[in-house]
Design a binder for this molecule. Sequence first.
Ligand SMILES: [Zn+2]
Ligand SMILES: [Zn+2]
Length: 300
Amino acid sequence: MDSIAAVRSRDAIAFSVLDSEVRLGILDSLYDLTVASGPLAGNAAYSTIKADVGVEDSGRFSYHLDKLTDQFVTKTESGYRLAEPGREVVRLRRTGVLTEDPTVEAEPVDGECYRCGGGIQAFYRRGYLVTRCPECIGLIDHELVAEGTLASVSYPPSGVTGIDIETAFDRSHRRSAHTFRAMADGFCPNCGHDVTTTLPPAKGEEPGDDGYGFRHVNHDGMVRFACDHCGRRHISHPLYATDDRDPMARFFARNGIEPGWERVAAVMSWPVTAVGSDLVFETPDGIRFRVDEGLDVSRE
Ligand SMILES: [Zn+2]
Ligand SMILES: [Zn+2]
């Protein structure tokens, strides 16, 4: 494996190649002109891309196209097409995550606070979709989050641009569920490496050495996921992270508990007790689900 310094050097060169509006224009043009993904994509002719980007000087256009070729753009016998890194750059830019910073003020959304049963609000700020209860202390206790914060989910600016906050609230929670399920299955959906799962420390034990996580959460029985490679980390409810497997999947279906906020609010409101190194959660109708360290769930 290459050293960190060697990887960093190659990445710096790759970013420097992107430091041109004309080159980003070429990537956008190719993305739109060749449409389909991967091996199904077509080619675009030199003259078509040039006209699309609007650069008249052929020397100048060729210079920029050459800089992108091999790494971001593939030259073929009949024209040019985007290589996967070029597609990734376009997709990343279209999320707005690099440069957009929209704010959406708090609005009431359809859902209930799992702590106090009050109405909840959602707002968007600095790349996070935040769900908050105006009536109680919420879940997260940290100087950087608003009082009453129940959930704070990183979500791209594109998800709240031209999309109302109620829809964004629903989608951000459904999206989180997919991320948590993958991590509960043992791998990181971002980078494909292994994930370490940690259940909360027993009473009297310190919550880990990195200062991250459990100590800022006003709730027992959460699980922490940490990717060993890219460092992606989340705290979730273990039954929310395993809601696509039985016995959870069948339980939710039978009780009509919908994915998204409704499901997370349901599991968050069930009392939890530690039994040895396992956690036991009890539903309102008296069903007990046991979660072990490997995140296997059984019905007692
Ligand atoms: Zn509340
Ligand atoms: Zn990762």
